[in-house]
Design a binder for this molecule. Structure first.
Ligand code: NAD
Length: 495
């Protein structure tokens, strides 16, 4: 007999243990545990409290690396101190690069859209690793802090490929890429460009792009015009919660974090400390996340049976207290018992989930352990040719005086000063006296003779940096490069 997949189980904090126990009791009634083995792994608040700022024990890390699957309840993030969100740490450490969430109208869940007869059925695919979630932040000067937003071509490709494959699997014919490439031309521009390029490999799927702010308005006005939207991390985070609001709140939104080796299935809501221990929390989000996990493991039949039982239960008016309804609410345990009793039944007001003939449970396969971290690459051939440098300077000098001093510094070098900007807006050589400034300037030096581009590497820019550093406080340095004849840097606003 093939070995059963082992699932690392982390019930979580607050309402976590209550809703996890409800979900496991439904799985037990449906016979899921005949095919899967759940083993608890220690992570969350109790680990933070013992002084481990990772929030996960070494044993749990190893268990997860062996298992490849984590089913988790919500976990609290310590506010202040060094502890980072365990939820974000897990996704990033184990390369769970795509976050998949499904938002849809559920029977018995009253929303403005259900009342208007508008059916919502939307998948949001969010890139999970990059963007401002790198958490790369610095205090640069007295008055300025920064967060570095990194977007990589391989990172974009991973999430777009996942979205297209998932759309094919789910029979979704239209996929949107949401972005802000009109402003962030390089970062969101790359995300959009990779989407368009990869779309060519999926001719059966129609694609379109939408600017993120327009998407938000359209989702509120006519959510049924979207079926799947793929987004960068922070924009995806915000749109996911907006979408949860369309279908009745976070209690109904399942979430899967999919990686090549390790995947994490979790509820999207938090630990709900205000109702923890009262036995009234809604386990639907965690249950639906568990159903994505079952499908991921080839158990589509059991997942469909449980899903139909859940839909039938909600439709028949059985609900927890967070759901508005005609009938009195029940507690977490009673809700789970009702679902278990309804196994085999299906909803009548909406189409039931088709039940496949059989399950095809995957047999246990430990994730491959690489020798070293995998280097992902997309643009293998491109070479960057140094053509100048941006330096970031902590000063309170007025732009004109700053320019005069810098011109004196670079006079006997191959570089000339071409731009000074403040908070991204050009203030020299042209600009407006009305542009308000702070104590953090970008100064741009470019090669005086363009024929010199590519003649030498970055060393002359470092020599220039040393000269500038003798007179000014440097906060950051960025060589400027041309890639395939195109500048690998943005222009300033007003340039
Ligand atoms: P929250 O989601 O815990 O609670 C927001 C509101 O929604 C509360 O009124 C709560 O009672 C209600 N609610 C949430 N889930 C519910 C459920 N299943 N049934 C019924 N009502 C529910 O958000 P918060 O208060 O901002 O965060 C509390 C803690 O959870 C924080 O420490 C936060 O960091 C953490 N958190 C964890 C995750 C995760 O583990 N993925 C996600 C979000 C927040």
């Amino acid at each position: 007999m093939p070995e059963k997949p082992i699932i690392c189980l982390a019930p979580g904090d607050g309402i976590g243990p209550e809703i996890m126990s409800a979900c496991l009791s439904i799985f037990e009634a449906a016979g899921v545990q005949e095919h899967l083995e759940f083993r608890e792994a220690e992570m969350g608040e109790k680990v933070f409290k013992r002084g481990d700022s990772r929030g996960i024990t070494d044993e749990a890390m190893e268990a997860l690396e062996r298992s490849g699957i984590l089913y988790k309840g919500p976990m609290g993030t310590p506010i202040g101190g060094g502890g980072k969100s365990i939820n974000v740490t897990l996704r990033k450490t184990f390369g769970a690069f795509a976050n998949l969430r499904h938002f849809r109208t559920l029977p018995g869940v009253d929303t403005v859209y259900s009342r208007a007869g508008m059916n919502v059925d939307l998948y949001v695919v969010r890139e999970n690793i990059e963007d401002t979630y790198g958490g790369i932040e610095h205090r640069l000067t007295n008055d300025v802090v920064e967060c570095k937003r990194l977007i990589s071509a391989p990172g974009c490709e991973q999430v777009h490929t996942f979205a297209f494959r998932m759309a094919q699997q789910l029979g979704i014919r239209l996929v949107h890429c949401a972005h802000k490439a009109n402003i962030m031309k390089m970062t969101d521009g790359l995300f959009l460009e990779r989407f368009r390029t990869l779309a060519e490999d999926y001719p059966d799927i129609e694609t379109a792009d939408v600017i993120i702010d327009a998407l938000c308005m359209n989702l509120v006005l006519r959510p049924n015009q979207y079926h799947m939207v793929v987004l960068t991390n922070l924009q995806g985070d915000i749109v996911s919660d907006l979408a949860a609001g369309l279908v009745g709140g976070l209690g109904f939104a399942p979430s899967a974090n999919i990686g090549d080796q390790i995947s994490i299935f979790e509820a999207v809501h938090g630990t709900a400390p205000d109702i923890a221990g009262k036995g009234i929390a809604n386990p639907t989000s965690l249950l639906l996340s568990g159903l994505i996990m079952l499908r991921h493991l080839g158990m589509a039949k059991q997942a469909a049976v449980i899903e139909n039982a859940l839909l039938h239960t909600l439709e028949s008016g059985v609900h927890t207290g967070d759901v508005k309804g005609e009938t009195a609410p029940v507690g977490t345990r009673e809700f789970a018992e009702a679902i278990a009793k309804n196994l085999g039944k299906a909803p009548s007001s909406i189409p039931a989930k088709p039940i496949p003939d059989s399950d095809r449970p995957v047999s246990y396969r430990a994730p491959e352990r690489p020798q070293t971290n995998r280097l992902m690459r997309t643009f293998v051939q491109t070479e960057g040719l140094v053509c100048g440098a941006d330096m970031y300077i902590d000063t309170r000098l007025p732009p004109l005086e700053l320019a005069q001093r810098l011109q004196a510094i670079c006079a006997d070098t191959p570089f000339t000063l071409t731009l000074i900007s403040n908070r991204g807006t050009q203030v020299w050589p042209t600009g407006s006296i009305y542009t308000e400034i702070v104590d953090y300037f970008r100064v741009r030096f470019e090669l005086r003779d363009k024929n010199q581009i590519g003649r030498f590497g970055q060393l002359p820019t470092i020599t220039l940096l040393r000269k500038v550093a003798e007179k000014f406080e440097i906060t950051d340095f960025q060589p400027l490069k041309m890639y395939d004849g195109q500048p690998g840097y943005s222009l300033a606003q007003g340039q």
